[in-house]
Design a protein around this ligand. Sequence first.
Ligand SMILES: O=P(O)(O)OC[C@H]1O[C@](O)(CO)[C@@H](O)[C@H]1O
Length: 309
Amino acid sequence: MILTVTLNTALDITYRVRSLRPHASHRVSEVTERPGGKGVNVARVLAALGHEVTVTGFTGGATGRVVQERLASVPGVVDALVPVSGATRRTIAVADEQTGDTTQLNEPGPMVTPTEWSAFQEAYEDLLPSASAVALCGSLPPGVPVGAYAGLVRTARAAGVPVLLDTSGEALRRGVAARPDIIKPNADELAELTGSHEPLRATQDARRRGAGAVVASLGPGGLLAATREGRWRATPPTSVRGNPTGAGDSVVAGLLSGSVEHLPWPDRLVRAVALSAATVQAPVAGEFDRGVFEELLGRVAVSGEVSAA
Ligand SMILES: O=P(O)(O)OC[C@H]1O[C@](O)(CO)[C@@H](O)[C@H]1O
């Protein structure tokens, strides 16, 4: 199975409004709720691609119960979440019908005690021997040490399990130093990590800091990958409009599934770009449109070069 870690799980709520204006009161025309947090989204997409997935991280309170109830009905996803005394957070995405833009409000998450953090680390170590790959995704809830991902990367490496890290800020900086196999920053996260706003230079710099491969998501500009095997750029055929919530998580799912299936890097990037664009176009945030995905697979452009041996 593929293991996804979401330390800060969420009940993702999407509000649709006619036009979002600061200081105004709004009528919500539609409300959607689904289990979220980045690793949970990754798991749903992996399962839709036919992979067996186990989800771990923290869950607590009434929101945690809703997240778990909803996860139970997703075929192919096994729930191995660890209980905490605090409540799983909510995230609110407000989709503006007029502009097509989405505004995101993410709660901080429950306070995790040192005992709960230790319980998670034990559960994680127990799950690793059955995992073909692991994805560590999203923000850290309060109470979890900022070096948490660095530790989880080291544990996965010691167990011989390939590890992808998708987070930001100091947690990413420390995590990269622990040498994950893949990181997937967006342009801002990559610039913050390396101090460079030039993506090509920044991806190479991030590799020097410890990442085995760096796949930078450049929004409508597609993906830029710097790996041991070579460097590539993959771009969607047209700029897609819609809700980008979860598009980065679909990239992670594309990369991970391609990695466990031993696809060559260009094919993994094509899959990741097609999934991401199909997520932007899906009516519900974080889902992907299978028809769009399959149609785009043949139309994503890849350019680049293989490294000299
Ligand atoms: O952990 P964070 O960085 O706060 O991100 C979580 C949020 O991001 C999303 O995964 C979208 O990528 C939402 O589902 C939401 O839960």
